[in-house]
Write a protein that binds this ligand. Structure first.
Ligand code: FAD
Ligand code: NAG
Ligand code: NAG
Ligand code: NAG
Ligand code: NAG
Ligand code: NAG
Ligand code: NAG
Ligand code: NAG
Ligand code: NAG
Ligand code: NAG
Ligand code: NAG
Ligand code: NAG
Length: 574
């Protein structure tokens, strides 16, 4: 039986002409593999998306050795979902890079492209800062451009700390990307990355705060075009029976939300940022949303996951609920003084526990605006709550704010209990006054969430607030100023929060790029088991991203501003 990708292979004559006859033989040998047999054997009665049925068989993997892609060990990443014990002969000190003697020749890349059905893209970096959302449609552009090395900035975006805005080079972007549309392509890429010792990168939307989709010299699996979905009105597992969605790895929040609406169900989606991926870093990182206070984390509702490089997940869905939301903003000025502003914040934080227990969620920001402070709530969300119920629940807070003199809807409520919750929430206005901006989320994980047997950071299970501190600067600011700002964030201000919340943690997908002691902060007591699993399934560290499980074995050679590991440098074993 012939399948699409191999059929295409046979017809890519110009590329094939570049290959030696032995490579050609190896390549054409793939054209008669029996995909169906492999799929049935491995995946049993699980329903697959069409793109997931295109997989390599063990025979094909074995053939690859003749094509110069490695040895029999290629079958390590076979569809058999079991780690294969394999003799690791030698661990090369570094990944390989263009210019290294062992970097694959053009012929190898051309063959690889043929095997992939033409899905290989050589990186052409673009000055993506001009087009904030456009980065998603580009195979390698990322949001956290600072860590890439800023080697291709928009022309005339000149300034102090940016340095080189004259030339444009690939820098910390991966060298090649696979525009993934089948599992077979992922299998090929993982095998080749391992056998040729190339840094493997996965990019979905590149929204991760820590530039996890970057990496000099890398081979990037670009999952953006994996868009399928399936709705099950009654999905059955040993422990669940009810409605569910199967969603492919490239699905973004806005798409999933549309499908949920069509099927009259609710998905555990963050609602504010429609372009974020759902199946990638969001669920795999834990996933907090406006529904967290009633349903816990998005990861708590996963029913199945396809592969290690995830191609799809089946997730539970919930009935549609009435939801009340509120937005507002206030800015200091006139008789609304800074003191009144902080009194307003104190009153709010005093309500965190009660509001979260009602199932409510808040997302808000506190930012510098010249000499003034601006605070915007871009939503308080009350799931399963009527407007009347919401108003009744908020009445005491509104009253307190009116009493303080907040330019909002007034009323009064006295309280001079500076509770533990408050201390944990706003320990030091000083941090703000010294230059930080703050994003805050008020939510909880409902009782019982802590019993879910997954890798969610245990710190989530007892939280009432998730806080993000950030700094901003102008492009014309000096390197010295920006460096001091960034160092303050990590080494001056963050430790103060930690001192006041000693048993807490943080959220990997939205964290400091150089979070000290990240294993504890991101994973708490779950870390040893995660590391053990990582070592068992990936003994050669094919999978690496900065500050992910097992990454402590590696280091990036250069830094940006003297202390930020640069993705534009070689990745070597420590
Ligand atoms: C504006 C904005 C708002 C946000 N709001 C929220 C929020 O409300 N709640 C919340 O929980 N998070 C939020 N986040 C954080 C978001 O969850 C993370 O940025 C997340 O990492 C994005 O995942 P991605 O797959 O879209 O992006 P990417 O950066 O492409 O991927 C993130 C990580 O996941 C890995 N990955 C991606 N796809 C796969 C795959 N198929 N298989 C294996 N690994 C994969 C990547 O290698 C990378 O390490 C927000 C981020 C932004 C930028
Ligand atoms: C950008 O810089 C170049 C070279 O200095 C100059 O010729 C050009 O006019 C500038 N463009 C803009 C839009 O400022
Ligand atoms: C830009 O590249 C050219 C040619 O490689 C080099 O001579 C020049 O020094 C580079 N400029 C900067 C600012 O790096
Ligand atoms: C990637 O593949 C999709 C189809 O899966 C196609 O629509 C898109 O144009 C491709 N993108 C690039 C940059 O090749
Ligand atoms: C949607 O689901 C809700 C709750 O399950 C139900 O009350 C409502 O009738 C449904 N609406 C439609 C249009 O099916
Ligand atoms: C949900 O809101 C609608 C109006 O938007 C209302 O008619 C309905 O009664 C509400 N349902 C519940 C359960 O409160
Ligand atoms: C602040 O709220 C007012 C209405 O109260 C609205 O008109 C304005 O657009 C909001 N500003 C911001 C920055 O959200
Ligand atoms: C929604 O509210 C109703 C009535 O108060 C309650 O019975 C139900 O359990 C709530 N649903 C959720 C998901 O909290
Ligand atoms: C603040 O000033 C406004 C007019 O700008 C006034 O209406 C309000 O009463 C004043 N509030 C307090 C608490 O003084
Ligand atoms: C303050 O409030 C917290 C919880 O909100 C409570 O545990 C504590 O006992 C209170 N302290 C005082 C002095 O009232
Ligand atoms: C950037 O520069 C403008 C104009 O000089 C200034 O008003 C603003 O406060 C600066 N922003 C930051 C974050 O330094
Ligand atoms: C760094 O923090 C210190 C105090 O912690 C403050 O005095 C200084 O202004 C900050 N510098 C910058 C550039 O933010």
């Amino acid at each position: 039986m012939m399948t699409k990708i191999w059929t295409r292979l046979v017809f890519t004559a110009p590329a094939l002409a570049l290959l030696s006859s032995s490579l050609l033989e190896a390549a054409t040998a793939f054209s008669d593999l029996n995909i169906d047999a492999a799929v049935e054997k491995v995946l049993g009665k699980n329903e697959l998306f069409d793109f997931e049925t295109l997989q390599l068989t063990d025979d094909v993997l074995a053939n690859l050795k003749d094509a110069g892609f490695g040895d029999e060990a290629l079958s390590l990443f076979s569809p058999k979902s079991k780690p294969v014990k394999r003799q690791v002969v030698a661990k090369p000190p570094c990944k390989i890079y263009p210019g290294d003697a062992t970097w694959p020749s053009g012929a190898i890349w051309r063959l690889f492209n043929v095997l992939l059905g033409g899905a290989l893209i050589r990186t052409v970096p673009e000055a993506s800062l001009c087009y904030p959302e456009w980065q998603i449609e580009h195979p390698t552009s990322i949001r956290s451009i600072l860590f890439q090395g800023m080697t291709c900035m928009p022309p005339n975006y000149t300034a102090g700390f940016l340095g080189n805005t004259v030339n444009c080079s690939i820098g910390g972007f991966p060298e090649h990307s696979v525009n993934v549309s089948t599992i077979a392509q992922i299998q090929l890429a993982v095998n080749i990355a391992r056998e040729l010792n190339i840094r493997l990168v996965i990019k979905n939307t590149a929204h991760d705060f820590g530039a996890k989709s970057a990496g000099k010299g890398g081979l990037n699996l670009w999952t953006h075009y994996l868009k399928d979905y399936k709705f099950y009105s009654n999905y059955q597992t040993d422990t669940y029976s009810g409605p569910a969605f199967k969603l492919a790895a490239g699905v973004q929040v806005f798409e999933a939300n549309e499908w949920a609406k069509q099927h009259n169900v609710t998905l555990h989606l963050l609602t504010l940022f429609p372009s974020v991926g759902f199946i990638g870093g969001y669920i795999q990182g834990g996933g907090h949303s406006p529904l967290t206070s009633i349903y816990g984390m998005a990861a708590d509702h996963v029913l199945s996951i396809q592969l290690g490089v995830v191609t799809s997940m089946v997730v539970k869905v919930f009935p549609q609920l009435n939801i009340t939301t509120m937005t507002y903003n206030v800015t200091t000025g006139g008789n609304f003084t800074h003191d009144k502003f902080w009194a307003m914040q104190r009153a709010y934080v005093d309500e965190f526990e009660r509001l979260a227990d009602l199932g409510y969620y808040s997302y808000y920001r506190i930012r510098h605006l010249g000499g003034e402070i601006t605070h915007d709530v871009t939503s308080m969300v009350a799931p399963n709550t009527s407007e009347a119920g919401f108003r009744a629940a908020l009445a005491p807070l509104f009253q307190k704010w009116a009493d303080i003199g907040v330019p909002f809807q007034p009323v009064i409520r006295e309280s001079d209990n500076y509770s533990d919750a408050w201390l944990a929430a706003f320990p030091h206005e000083g941090v703000f006054d010294e230059g930080a901006n703050i994003i805050l989320f008020n939510m909880r994980n409902p009782p019982g969430s802590e019993l879910t047997d997954n890798a969610v950071n245990p710190a989530w299970r007892k939280m009432l607030m998730f806080a993000i501190m950030f700094v901003t600067w102008n492009v014309t600011d000096s390197t010295q100023h920006v460096t001091r700002l960034l160092r303050n964030l990590t080494y001056e201000w963050n430790p103060r929060w930690k001192t006041l919340t000693p048993t807490s943690g943080t959220y990997m997908p939205e964290s400091d790029y150089i979070e000290p002691n990240w294993q504890e902060s991101f994973h708490g007591s779950k870390y040893p088991r995660l590391l053990e699993i990582k070592k068992r399934w990936d003994p050669e560290s094919v999978s690496y991203a900065t500050n992910t499980v097992g990454s402590e074995e590696w280091m990036l050679g250069d830094t940006i501003m003297g202390h930020l590991p640069s993705q534009n440098s070689k990745l070597c074993r420590k």
